[in-house]
Design a protein around this ligand. Structure first.
Ligand SMILES: Cc1ncc(COP(=O)(O)O)c(C=O)c1O
Length: 461
């Protein structure tokens, strides 16, 4: 079981010392549960691996995996940096008290407003994604009378996903400036000419859920070679190098190499390349998202309709689905599930755990081996901490679940459950579309209970 999940004396699932059933009763379902200690362990593993393998380093957390104001506050306490990709992520992190100087601003199409916002609040590094953006940033910085520190994101021609990686030389990607044909080198040289940006380093991110160190070992020397070329042609030695995220998490049966092994292999490839190219060892940045938070997340659902189609399959439908976990529909992601209150019963049935949303593809776990499932059972899906809450939607106008964090027997809310009122908060009815009574302002508002049911308002019926 991941993180602090364990089966307690009563044969029930406990997360961070709190029974899953109790969490469901207190906070309702679907519920995202964040296991703080699991996150703590992962951060420590990365920090220890970096400390052992490299002299000067900074671990960043990629906020796109999961970010709330509370979580930003926790990440800040660990002394991590933060990879942000939008004005909204910057704002969220600031609201959580995260120091802007430790933020690194990514994105292939940051707007002028976002760039201006980032500079105004003092984001630490802007990661320039193209020649086009370099010039846009120069203008924004000049208009503000600032000089802003930057990295350049390069596309190294290696794309990795799980055990597969391809070396294409010329990568077809919307992100970054290709190394191929000297394009990245040319943009670096351009950056050196601009008065309002200060070039500090280079960055590459080559994919996600990378299960072995090889692609990282291939990328490191390519970036070092770029640093050597820049030194040769422009006489400038850059001191910062970010090898991105992409480190794997365990969803089902994947074998994940220890963090120390991957980081050690990556660092030794980097050290060798620096020696060979006689480039001074740069400060090394890594920015994992998934590897730090995926296994710290568990989603709790309540089972509703169970339906067996003889000779075909049994569908067990839960009260969430693709709106709180779009990864199955998007990437055919696979998951492990269990019945938290019935862990000691033998798993004898293979069922399909389906969501409640109006799409046939709304399935959470295709073949889950569970004890016979009944309506009303609690069901847990593991490894839902990354790219779940952050990718959640209100499809079918279903309010998004709450997020709670658990540690040492205590649970606290990170994000409140949305209500029906939240769903319509930003909606407007054009005046020509309103019923005359509404225009006159005499429409009766419908109040909504904590559980989302409509009630007659106190002032009304
Ligand atoms: C630039 C960059 N850094 C870091 C990450 C985090 O990746 P992961 O969650 O796979 O570690 C991503 C993910 O898309 C990314 O684009």
């Amino acid at each position: 079981m991941p993180g602090t999940c364990r089966v307690n004396e009563k044969g029930r699932l406990e997360i961070g010392g709190v029974e899953a059933g109790e969490l469901a009763r207190r906070f309702g379902t679907p519920l995202y549960v964040f296991d703080e200690e699991a996150f703590d362990q992962r951060v420590r593993e990365f920090q220890a691996a970096l400390a052992r393998s490299w002299r000067d380093y900074q671990l960043l957390y990629a906020g796109k995996a999961f970010l709330t104001t509370g979580f930003a506050a926790l990440v800040a306490q660990y002394g991590l940096g933060l990879d942000v990709v939008s004005g909204g992520e910057i704002y969220t992190a600031l609201q959580g008290g995260f120091p802007p100087a430790r933020m690194v601003f990514h994105g292939n199409n940051k707007t002028v407003e976002e760039l201006d916002f980032a500079l105004r609040v003092g984001v630490g590094r802007v990661v320039v994604d193209s020649a086009d953006e370099l010039h846009r940033l120069q203008q924004v910085a000049a208009a503000r009378g600032q000089v802003t520190p930057i990295w350049l994101r390069v596309t190294p021609g290696i794309e990795a996903h799980t055990h597969h990686y391809i070396q294409t030389g010329q990568l077809d990607s919307k992100f970054g400036v290709p190394l191929a044909g000297g394009q990245a080198l040319a943009v670096l040289q351009e950056a050196l000419q601009l008065p309002n940006v200060r070039l500090m380093g280079v960055h590459a991110h080559i994919g996600s859920q990378i299960l072995d160190p090889t692609p990282f070992q291939l990328v490191a020397p390519l970036l070092v070679q770029l640093l050597a070329q820049l030194r040769e042609q422009a006489g400038v030695t850059l001191r910062e190098l970010d090898l991105g995220g992409g480190f794997a998490a365990r969803y089902t049966k994947e074998v994940i190499p220890p963090v120390a092994q991957v980081v050690g292999a990556l660092a030794s490839a980097l050290a060798t390349a620096c020696d060979q190219q006689q480039v001074p060892a740069p400060k090394l940045f890594l920015e994992p998202g998934r590897a730090l938070v995926a296994e710290a997340g568990i989603t709790l659902y309540r089972v509703g309709t169970c339906k067996t189609i003889p000779g075909v399959r049994t569908y067990v439908s839960v009260d969430g689905g693709m709106a709180d976990n779009p990864r199955v529909a998007l990437y055919q992601a696979t998951y492990r599930a269990c019945l938290p209150d019935r862990l000691q019963e033998p798993a004898t049935e293979t069922v399909t755990v389906a969501g409640r949303f109006c799409e046939s593809g709304d399935v959470l776990v295709r073949d889950a081996l569970l004890p016979p499932v009944h309506s009303g059972d609690l069901l847990a899906v593991f490894t839902t901490g990354a790219y779940h809450y952050s990718m959640a939607s209100n499809y079918n106008r279903v309010p998004r679940p709450a997020v709670v964090t658990v540690r040492a027997g205590q649970a606290e809310v990170l994000v409140e459950r949305e209500t029906y009122a939240d769903l319509v908060r930003l909606d407007r009815i054009p005046s020509a579309w309103r019923r005359p009574a509404d225009v006159a302002g005499s429409a009766e508002p419908v109040a909504v209970s904590a559980h989302g049911q409509a009630e007659a308002s106190a002032a009304g019926r």
